[in-house]
Design a protein around this ligand. Sequence first.
Ligand SMILES: *Cc1c(COP(=O)(O)O)cnc(C)c1O
Length: 479
Amino acid sequence: MTAPHPALPAKIHPLVRAFLDSRDDVDRAVRRAGTPTHLVFPQVFAENVARLRDVLTPRSPRYRICYAHKVNRSRAFVAAAHAAGIGIDVASPWELHGALAAGFAPSRIEVTGPKGEAFLRELVRCGVTVNVDNMWELTRLTELAEDGAQVPVLLRISGFASTPVSRFGIPVDHAADALNLAATHRGRITFRGFAFHLDSGEIAERVRAIDACLTLVESAYAAGLSPTVLNIGGGLRQVFTADADRFDAYVHALRDSLLGRGERMSWADNTFGYHVDDAAVHGTPVFHKYANTVPADRMLADLLDAPLDRHAGRPVAAVAADNLLDLWLEPGKALVDHAGITVARVEFTKELADGTVLVHVDLSRDAVTPADQEVMVDPLLLATAPADPGPVGVFLAGRLCLERDLITQRKVWLPHRPGPGDLLVFPNTAAYHSDLSAASASRWPAAAKFAVVHRGGEFEICPDDEYSPVAARNGAEVM
Ligand SMILES: *Cc1c(COP(=O)(O)O)cnc(C)c1O
């Protein structure tokens, strides 16, 4: 018996699976949307919101979920967030205008990230909560706001002990200056509390940040302020893999191949962030997030239940409630997890001088890959033509024209060699994959985005910006 080929099977939401299993629905969607296209599933978004609520409601008397809009440009997700009754975290004037247009009241909008003069001037007037990134911003707000304006502000804190230095936020050691400034200008700005956002998936790092913020809450009271919010940011993780053992086996084979053992699995000399010497492969690869198996709701529960040593071991959620603090969250990727796929069409295949098979699709790397990472879930092949038998290891290439612009720089085994017109579906692309780095290089337009909704036993599709959670719009096509 021959061993199965290395594979990275993707976890797929049942609703998305049902859609993909109905070839007629996929074909109708592709006829409507063209290829390449990003398909978003707002109902999966709503389910992700519900799952976080199920964790929060029993633990925290008062909380607010703010959807971090920057994860995806989709208007359908913004509409779904609004319909779900949560708040929104915006990071640019355009995201702010989109949130207002979707019906968010300013009181449910929070603005994060470094802002700049023009944006600050707009924010002073519009009643949204400003999550302040730095002392300049805070100072400028106190100057721009009029007496009695009471612009709501959170202070974003960073520089916690044993945490990598961040380019964002006010260092925890400088917080006293910020509190003094906020106290001096309390008629112009209303200090609401503290915020942080950490990139890491480490619970312990977040617990240390929460602990430091609770100390700052005491300092705020001492400065005559009354904080009511503790904002613990985003960073709840996604689960991409359907099979952790196969993931490990793939990575094992990839590492072997980097040492020259077995079949070559990487394009050119890409080592995916590993450091390779003669004897071994070291370090953390760029794709480590794809190995995660802890879902966002469990990560959130573990964080809220974590004991705080300085508070007699009481859990995070209880200590926040004891201190009359509302817990705010800014999940991005956790809310769009499994709520988007990208569909591309195979143009042709070709064989290179060394026998490597390239599959060319009508897509560019930046439409399915977050920045400098490598996507570690396999695309699904939907074939139309009779299949060439047997699995084949290929690299996927597409638009863009540099040698390194392959869609996969790792070998992907497809069930057979595809033919022109076959579809390739890239799973779980909504979080940062489709929109974060997408550029219009070579003047290709961005892939179109459509929303797919399941209503009355049928799948409907409509342009992303026409999606309405309430009722099927006239423009929607029943499939
Ligand atoms: C990007 C971002 C988020 C969302 O992060 P996820 O990891 O997608 O949950 C939340 N808050 C801030 C300030 C951010 O910049």
